[in-house]
Design a protein around this ligand. Structure first.
Ligand SMILES: Cc1cc2nc3c(=O)[nH]c(=O)nc-3n(C[C@H](O)[C@H](O)[C@H](O)COP(=O)(O)OP(=O)(O)OC[C@H]3O[C@@H](n4cnc5c(N)ncnc54)[C@H](O)[C@@H]3O)c2cc1C
Length: 420
């Protein structure tokens, strides 16, 4: 039952899913409230470039209020959602409660440690802008400390960077880090012996980039090895300790930096809201994205496990298409029309491996090298929100491409870095 003149739709999460839901609901005769614990939207596909000192953090973030300005029926609240009372149709927050007639939940995902001991305490993650900045600061500080470390064992450990997970984020970050080290840092630290620097990529499976054609996976591994990355396949991490990774086969890697990109799981908000969760902490929903027994609640994006869709990848196009569908289904419900099921239109996969190199699997066709890299550049530039951001990113890339220079080699803010 709708209790006010205009029905109120609350959207939780201003990521890809939430924003596309809001866009679809804009200018409709309804009240829309977007809620996020941050005041900005983050463009995750370029997060690893922030960690690799390639682009400035502000270039991949956009203030949410700025995005909503042109939508007269959409408001914003910066609030942390902590619980839901579905009977009262009310959200509990870190401030006053928020009531709704329809709810779209799009809080995304969080890092998944698979219960491996020590990961939560000692590894770096790449899931938020803050984490990417922390990692960038730590990498740069490791070189500064190594430059004045007389003990060769400690110095080599400081200069060993281990990335766990050979999916797209691990592959892209390994390539970008290897290139940061190969030119800009090598020039910055003329007294360091760069034979002591190692970038190691650990993958538990037989090959990198699971799910892509074998030819592309082999290309990615070969490219990374050419950049000097030690790619180790069938390498299962048993535990992470301060300054060390232990593998299941007994190998011990002394390393000052462990970056965990091995997986993500549904945001625990699903459980906190009392919704049942399935594999990967995702919330099972009907094919129409509605929660069973509560058709006024929709779950979308990384958190959703829609019936009959198989195991959808946790990627932006899924979240975008689901955001738009959930919004359209709410508009249909208001007109007394039945909801429509979700059908994923896969636009393909693009992964870059340093300059001039990428793999592309689009419209059933696979290609690699410079054409794939150009496509990767174009798609990411177009998808990035904000004209200023596009210009800043493009100029950063051009500067890097022409002069082999990373402009953001700043330890900033200069809070203490981890001592590992
Ligand atoms: C490093 C990285 C690289 C990626 N690269 C790619 C890529 O190249 N291509 C691709 O297609 N996909 C990529 N992805 C995946 C893609 O970003 C996600 O699939 C997509 O963002 C999911 O959208 P979403 O709307 O479900 O959640 P998100 O985009 O994660 O948005 C969730 C929002 O909810 C907010 N939130 C969370 N909890 C709360 C709470 N309790 N209260 C209030 N607000 C809350 C968060 O602040 C956030 O703004 C990448 C992801 C990462 C982490």
């Amino acid at each position: 039952m709708i209790r006010r003149d205009r029905p109120r739709v609350v959207v939780v999460g201003a990521g890809f899913g939430g924003l596309w839901a809001v866009r679809t609901l804009a200018f409709e005769p309804i009240e829309v409230l977007l809620v996020d614990r941050r005041n900005h939207h983050t463009f995750f596909p370029l997060l690893y470039q922030v960690a690799a000192a390639e682009i400035e953090p502000e270039a991949i973030a956009f203030p949410i209020r700025g995005l909503l300005r042109r939508f007269p029926n959409v408001g914003f609240e910066m609030a942390e959602i902590r619980g839901v009372d579905p009977e009262a149709r009310r959200l509990e927050t870190d401030g006053p409660p928020i009531s709704y007639d329809f709810l779209i939940l799009a809080p995304g995902s969080v890092e998944h440690t698979f219960g491996v001991p020590g990961v939560a305490e000692h590894a770096f993650f790449l899931k938020t802008l803050d984490q990417a900045i922390d990692l960038r600061n730590h990498i740069l500080a490791s070189f500064e400390r190594a430059a004045r470390e007389p003990d060769p064992f400690l110095r080599r450990r400081m200069l060993t960077f281990t990335i766990v997970g050979g999916g797209p984020t691990g592959v892209e970050f390994a390539g970008a880090l290897a290139e940061l080290i190969a030119r800009p840092l090598r020039r910055d630290f003329p007294t360091l012996d760069f034979r002591e620097v190692r970038v190691i990529l650990l993958e538990a499976m037989e090959g990198l980039l699971p799910g892509l054609p074998d030819r592309l996976r082999a290309y990615a591994a070969a490219r990374l090895r050419r950049l000097g990355v030690e790619v180790r396949l069938r390498a299962m991490v048993e535990a992470v300790e301060p300054g060390c990774v232990r593998l299941k086969d007994g190998t011990r890697i002394e390393t000052g930096t462990i970056v965990w990109t091995a997986g993500v799981r549904g945001n625990p908000l699903g459980e906190a809201l009392g919704l049942p969760t399935g594999p990967g902490g995702r919330v099972p929903v009907a094919s129409t994205l509605q929660v069973p027994r509560h058709p006024e609640i929709y779950v979308i994006g990384d958190l959703a496990l829609p019936e009959g869709s198989g195991k959808l990848p946790m990627v932006a196009p899924v979240a975008i298409q689901q955001g738009a569908l959930a919004a359209r289904n709410i508009l249909r419900a208001l007109k007394g029309r039945p909801p429509q099921p979700f059908r994923y239109r896969d636009p393909g996969t693009l992964v870059t491996i340093g300059r001039n190199a990428a793999v592309a699997h689009v419209f059933g066709r696979s290609f690699t090298g410079f054409p794939a890299w150009l496509l990767w550049l174009g798609v990411h530039l177009v998808r990035l929100i904000g004209m200023r951001n596009r210009l800043v990113v493009l100029s950063g890339w051009a500067w890097d491409y022409l002069f082999y220079e990373r402009v953001v080699r700043l330890i900033l803010p200069s809070r203490p870095v981890r001592d590992e």
